[in-house]
Design a protein around this ligand. Structure first.
Ligand code: ASP
Length: 379
């Protein structure tokens, strides 16, 4: 399990509770009738709702709202709220991996296409449902972005419950990370003493030890973006995250940045992202994708264009680019979805990275088009 990403770890844990298909896919051996849809083959349809793969089990909730004629933003927020509430997804909300001081800090944003409004919150502590908080900023204030302590106090005033977001699982991983990074920890990270220490923290549980070693060696990012188009062609999106594990307190990624981690234009479509947010912020990825779709590119082509801009920032140097992973997801007004990943896959030799699509019939995984057809174990 050493090279597994936590997204894969989470998806594997879905297999027992949701679908055998997700589990088999990640083992790289899907029967033909369960293969993920090829991205280019996903037709345009309305209503439709998509997310990163970790939202697969929650898309039904958003589709129910769309089918009843509900609002597209309510649908998208309902999906990500399921993931924020889940202590087993340590990339988002409750149970998210914390900053270097052991505090979970969350970022989120929303855009509502039909009313051309946006809301976002960043570096928020002790509030679990930050996508709904971003929606509340949008609905109840004339601001767009609120951060830190002010955002937390606003949440409390609006009736959000305050809570400790650190689960026992993420606290233990943080303790192991702290021991690995402490100046006072003499034996060193790769020493038998450190490994013994980590074994004791996790009561000899091999899967948890391997996972902790992985996220300590490669501090992960993780997020859920969700985009919805209703029958009429109205569009909304949200993105929510606990951001980069072990970040410096106050670090903000792309997820709450309107035009980077989330972007909607009701005439065109929606875009979102997961992965190393700093790279997305530097190219205004969400906005880039919307403008590419406006000029006629398909959602998948527009996502590839954004990845191309990131690659150009490094002169296409694959060695430098292999130090991170990033994904873009898009949905156009006609209900055509698309997604692309910088690398083909970052955790196993077979298969592609995937995202989740609910086209009104069922929630399925679809392939992300890779920008580079290689695997990157650092993702
Ligand atoms: N993009 C998010 C950030 O940089 C993290 C992620 O998607 O994994 O904060």
């Amino acid at each position: 399990m050493g090279i597994w990403s936590r997204r894969k770890f989470f998806l594997m844990s879905l297999a027992s509770s949701f679908t055998a298909g997700a589990g088999k896919l990640l083992a790289g051996s899907l029967p033909a009738n369960e293969a993920p849809l090829r991205a280019a083959a996903v037709p345009g349809t309305r209503p439709i709702i998509i997310s990163s793969a970790n939202g697969l089990h929650a898309l039904d909730k958003g589709m129910d709202i769309l089918r009843k004629g509900g609002d597209t933003l309510d649908a998208a927020v309902a999906v990500v709220t399921v993931v924020e509430d889940d202590p087993n997804d340590d990339s988002v909300g409750f149970g998210g991996l914390p900053n270097e001081e052991g505090e979970v800090e969350l970022d989120a944003s929303v855009m509502h296409g039909p009313t051309h409004r946006a809301g976002s919150v960043a570096a928020v502590r002790r509030i679990k449902n930050v996508a709904r908080l971003a929606q509340t900023v949008m609905q109840e204030t004339n601001h767009v972005m609120m951060v830190g302590e002010g955002a937390r106090r606003f949440a409390v005033a609006e009736g959000f419950e305050e809570m400790n977001l650190l689960t026992e699982h993420s606290r233990k991983i943080w303790l192991a990370w702290k021991a690995s990074s402490s100046m006072n920890w003499r034996p060193g990270v790769d020493s038998p003493e450190w490994k013994e220490h980590v074994r004791a923290i996790f009561d000899e549980d091999e899967a948890k030890i391997a996972y902790a070693e992985r996220v300590i060696a490669h501090p992960p990012t993780g997020t859920i973006p969700c985009m919805a188009v209703d029958e009429k062609g109205d569009i909304s999106a949200t993105t929510t995250t606990s951001g980069l594990a072990w970040k410096i307190p106050g670090r903000v990624g792309d997820s709450p940045i309107i035009g980077a981690g989330c972007c909607v234009d009701n005439e065109v479509g929606a875009a979102g992202s997961t992965g190393k947010g700093e790279e997305n912020i530097k190219i205004s990825g969400g906005h880039t994708i919307i403008e590419m779709m406006r000029r006629g590119k398909s959602p998948e082509e527009a996502c590839l264009e954004a990845l191309g801009r990131i690659a150009r920032n490094y002169n296409n140097d694959k060695k430098k680019l292999s130090t991170f992973h990033i994904f873009f997801y898009a949905l156009n007004k006609d209900g055509v979805p698309g997604a692309a990943s910088l690398w083909r896959n970052h955790y196993e030799e077979k298969g592609h990275s995937v995202y989740a699509v609910h086209d009104g019939t069922q929630a399925r995984l679809a392939e992300c088009k890779p920008f580079f057809d290689e695997i990157n174990a650092h993702g």
